[in-house]
Write a protein that binds this ligand. Sequence first.
Ligand code: F6R
Length: 413
Amino acid sequence: EKAGYKHFMLKEINEQSRAVRDTTLGRVSFDTGQVFLDNLDLTPDDIRQASQITIAACGTSWHAGLAGKFMIERLARLPVDVDYASEYRYRDPIADPHAIGLLITQSGETADTIAAQTELIAKGSKTLAICNVVGAAITRRASGTITTNAGPEIGVASTKAFTSQLTALFLLALHLAQVRGTITPEQSLHLATELSRLPGKLESMLSLKSSTITGMSEGVAGPSPLPPPDNTLPPLFVERRKRPRISLDEHCQHLAKLFHNANDFLFLGRGIHYPIALEGALKLKEISYIHAEGYPAGEMKHGPNALIDESLPVVCIATKDPNDPASVLKYEKTLSNIQEVTARSGRVIAIAIQGDHEIQNLVEHTIYIPQAPELLLPILEVVPLQLLAYHIAVRRGCDVDQPRNLAKSVTVE
Ligand code: F6R
C-alpha cells in the first residue's frame, strides 16, 4: 500500500500534485476565475459584513493558518487573527457575531481545536472548517467546511494535507475577495490561472528524472584570491563546481548526506515565507529529532545571530515574484539577512526561484523551485523542506512514519 515507496511520508510527498489538483477541482471556473465554495453557508452579506476572521489550529495546520492570514488579508482586505487552538480559550478572546471562526485541521478530531471551536461558538461566531476527513467531529459542528481532497494521510508528519490546506485557504481568500469586491475580475482570472498551473509545477519538481525545473547549484567556499579587507564580509566563492542537473529528490539526498549530523538547524523566511520556515523546522524536528527553529529572517539581528557559527546549517527561503514589488523588496531584505549569516560562517542552503543566479554567489547551496505569484509560492517551497527532513531522518535511522512520542491524531487537550 506504499505503492513502491519506502515510507508513507515519501509516498504522500509525491502525491501533492494530485492533492492540490483535487482540492481545486470543481471549485474554480478557469474561464472567469470565479471561485465556488458551495458548502460554506455564508451569504454574500455575511461576507461583506464580516469584521474579522479568527483562525485556530495546531501544529502544521497552524502554520497553514499563518500563511492563510497573508492570503486573506492581501486579497480580501479582512483582518485575520491566527491562534494556537490550545491557547485560544485561555485568553478570554474577543469575538462577535460578525467575526468568522476558521478551524484548520487535517483530522477534524484534534481536542484543542474542538475546544477552540466550542469557545468561538459560545462567543456567537459562526465557525467554518478546512478539514481532510469528511464527517469528522469539527465539521459536524461547523456551519460550513472546505474539504481538502488530499486523501488519507498515514505518515504522522503532515505533508500533502498541508499543501492542500494552503490550496483551500487560497480558494477561500479568492472567494472572499470576489464577494467583497477587493480584487478586479482580471486579477481573479490571473490568480485562478496561476493556481491551475501548480499541479504541473509540483509534478515537475517531484519527478525523479533529472528535471529542468529544479537544478542543484553549489558555491564552494575556497580561499579568497585577495586578502579579506574586513572579516564582516561573506566568504568569497571563487570556484563553482559544475554538476549535471539532478532531481530535487537527489539534491535533497545529497544535502542530507552533508548535514545529517548537525545538532541544530535554523529556517528563515519573511512574510508569507516565514510560516513555511516554521513548517520546515517542525518537519525536521519531528522526524529526525534534530533541534530546529524557524525564525523571521529580519529578527535574526535582534538576538539569534548570536547562535550562528560554522556548524549551523541555515535554510533560507529567498524566493520572489518579480512581478510583485512588495515581494521583490522583501527578497532584497532577505539577501541582506543571508549575508549576515554567511559573514558569521553560517552554512546557508537557499530556496530560490529558478533563474536566480545572483543568490548562488552568496550561499553554499541553492535549491531551485519554479516561479509562481507570491501567495502561491509556499505550496512549492515547502516541498524541498519536506524532502530534506525526510532524507535526513532516513540517514539518521529514524522511524519516519511513526516518530517517537507522537500520534497522528491528538485527541487529548
Ligand atoms: C505535524 C502534524 C501536527 C498536526 C497537528 C494538528 O506534522 O501533523 O502538528 O498538524 O497535530 O492536527 P490536525 O491538523 O489533525 O488538527
